[in-house]
Design a protein around this ligand. Sequence first.
Ligand code: BDR
Ligand code: CA
Length: 312
Amino acid sequence: MKHVIIDTDPGVDDALALMLAFSSPELKVEALTTVAGNVSLELANRNALKLLEFLGVDGVPVAPGASRPILREPLDATEFHGKTGLGGAVLPEPTMHLDHRSAVQLIVEKAEELGDRLTLLPIGPLTNIASAILANPRVTEMVAGLVIMGGAFNLTPYGIGNTNAVAEFNIWCDPEAARIVFSSGMPIIAVGLDVTTHPENRLSQEMFQEIDVLGTRRARLVADLCRNLVRRYNGSNLHDPLAVATAVDPSLVETKRYKVNVETVGDLTRGMTVVERRRRKWRKEEANMDICVKVDSGRFLKLFMDRVVHGR
Ligand code: BDR
Ligand code: CA
């Protein structure tokens, strides 16, 4: 079993990712840490608690993290995720409370307690992870590594930007944090737009219809979360669920190992994940990331239906 901390900014696809994580016996979710990204920190906290209550999860701390990127102004993505961040889903106000520790404190504590049995699973901007590294650089040697949702690597025809022409939202939001994380030496598996926006890995209109008529409590939540996005974009991307699925079963994806840096200064290219492809310019040991380039979409979508929708 893999112990994970999910760092999240829920977010429609974050919500689906949490549903997947808590239905996956391969993972032990030690904590959720929240970060401003898709929504403000306040909404992220509330949504995380609401989702845990919906799922009947007890005893998993939710620790509040950064309310803004390290250097940048916070800019949310409520245009996509809806005013509350949860699309058209309406969940009761939470009765559970946030943990008394901050996200950084909790990440450092769990890293000390679990060492290389712990994997960090950030599915939002990397602000909290970078802050934990700055607070205690030994974190980078303690944990097993990270599986991140982030990046547009231009390694498949779909690896282009979704926030500017070349950058993916999570990296764009806090490019300085991403740079700190990418240069930390921690093993990283990156699930980026190259695979999450590939048509075969998306939630299609047909799948949505199938879910929408099921009428179960979980299916209704999934349908309400996704309905608007499915209408607007002819289906819905499953960015964050694919990152969780990769942590659950790495054999679902094929990866390529590269040296990657983050553009932080370009006014057209902020947040671009720059892949060094000039083999003569870097040594193998300098590669810092395994980038997903292919997904077994049949198995991924079956996992999504079984666990997210049916909860089995
Ligand atoms: C990422 O940004 C957010 O909108 C999603 O939740 C996902 O983590 C995709 O670019
Ligand atoms: Ca997210």
